[in-house]
Design a protein around this ligand. Structure first.
Ligand code: HEC
Ligand code: HEC
Ligand code: HEC
Length: 337
């Protein structure tokens, strides 16, 4: 009898264990609006997931769409889907020429993909401000567009080193209303309450490259597929340090720095490699310089080129140089008319 009982307990224990295993590995997206969209005719026809991740599946070119309903309203979504180029010139998102009925259907799906945000609950926790910020960063799904370490997408600047290039004061102004600060920006206004912004910026400001080695490992694997040339490696270094957040996409310039001489614009980097000798350019990047003021009576320009001497190793400097060099227009060969 005793043996029978212990066998029975063992059996019960095992079925219970198997059940909990099954529960743990069960698909957390089952029955959600995200799964419905993934299996919809829209996705089957237009292959949205070749570029976008929905649930855990899909490509990495565009933002992760699982919480799209939290950050974009119907008006914005319709404008975007009707003509992406109009909203973000140069975007890789195609214009699908939806008819009005299809447009309603797509917007319906997108609107439904959201999360019940626990902002107040997170802020009420008894943990320090930066830890609350880290939870909010996940709660708002900021990595839908931003990379940090080896997580997230490259639609916005990589935030692995954000704390070393922007001040906390500026980050607060930015997070409060990105389009208010820069009307054509692709970053939405999340309407985060004041205390949430304080927590997020406290967290962002702690990001001074702690996740750098995760990024490097990810880049190492990616480079293997990209052919592992110097300038491809350099492009990823350029992205990890978000040089483009100040020097424009692919170094194209046009980003404002109030009161910076001569024209309040941070320099484009298209011709930099031609204007400097290699060792001069690398020396330039290894030492912090401060931009000159246009008007000395006005506040100093808020942005300056960070000092990268301690952040990059020699091989990364070389790769970065190769990338900047690749901007130079190809020398045209002499040929017959
Ligand atoms: C060829 C790649 C590609 C395909 C296919 C694609 N998109 Fe996009 N989409 C993008 C990119 C890239 C962005 C971000 C804008 C940018 O970086 O230029 C974007 C942005 C978006 C956004 C705004 C995201 C945000 O976070 O604000 C929505 C919504 C969206 N796409 C929906 C769709 C839907 C729905 C489909 C299918 C019908 C689709 N996309 C197909 C590339 C694509
Ligand atoms: C739909 C994509 C998208 C989402 C989602 C998004 N951002 Fe951004 N973010 C951007 C883009 C694009 C920029 C670059 C600003 C520009 O020049 O237009 C940016 C810029 C920033 C910057 C300044 C970066 C720098 O290097 O100067 C910070 C900080 C930032 N975002 C934080 C956040 C936080 C925190 C969240 C979540 C609450 C978030 N972002 C969600 C797209 C996004
Ligand atoms: C926070 C903004 C910011 C970031 C991030 C930034 N820079 Fe700069 N950079 C500037 C400013 C402002 C100047 C011009 C003032 C000066 O000379 O210091 C500048 C100047 C330069 C110059 C000299 C350009 C010339 O024509 O003389 C180079 C080269 C350069 N940056 C490369 C880089 C690279 C590479 C990165 C990323 C590893 C980077 N910068 C990241 C703000 C930034």
């Amino acid at each position: 009898m005793k043996r029978f009982l212990s066998l029975l307990t063992l059996l019960l224990f095992m079925t219970n264990w198997a059940y909990s295993q099954n529960n743990n590995t069960g698909d957390p997206w089952r029955g959600t609006p995200q799964e419905a969209f993934l299996n919809s005719e829209i996705v089957a026809t237009y292959q949205c997931t070749s570029c976008h991740t929905v649930t855990e599946r899909g490509g990495t070119v565009g933002p992760i769409l699982n919480q799209i309903g939290n950050r974009r309203d119907d008006v914005w979504l319709k404008r975007w889907l009707a003509d992406p180029q109009q909203v973000r010139p140069g975007t890789k998102m195609p214009n699908f020429d939806f008819n009005p009925q299809q447009l309603e259907t797509v917007v319906g799906y997108l609107r439904s993909m959201k999360k019940d945000l626990q902002t107040e609950e997170i802020l009420a926790k008894n943990i320090d401000l930066a830890q609350k910020g880290e939870l909010l960063f996940k709660e708002y799904d900021c990595s839908a567009c931003h990379r940090m370490g080896s997580e997230g997408r490259f639609v916005g600047p990589d935030l692995t080193w954000i704390g070393s290039r922007k001040t906390e004061a500026w980050e607060q102004v930015w997070l409060k209303d990105p389009p208010g600060f820069k009307p054509d920006t692709f970053m939405p206004n999340f309407h985060i309450p004041e205390k949430g912004i304080a927590a997020l910026t406290a967290y962002l400001h702690t990001q001074q490259g702690q996740a750098n080695s995760e990024s490097q490992q990810w880049e190492f694997r990616t480079n293997f597929f990209l052919g592992n040339t110097d300038h491809k490696r350099g492009e990823l270094v350029f992205k990890r340090f978000a040089c483009w957040s100040c020097h424009g996409e692919a170094g194209g310039g046009g980003v404002k720095n109030p009161n910076m001489a001569p024209d309040e614009l941070m320099p484009a980097l298209k011709k930099t490699a031609q204007n400097y000798k290699k060792n001069e350019l690398l020396a330039r990047l290894k030492n912090k310089t401060l931009p000159k003021s246009l008007d000395p009576r006005q506040p100093k320009p808020p942005f300056f080129c960070p000092d990268y001497g301690n952040h990059l190793d020699e091989s990364e400097f070389n790769d970065l140089y190769a990338y900047l060099e690749s901007f130079a227009p190809k020398k045209s060969k002499w040929r017959f008319k």
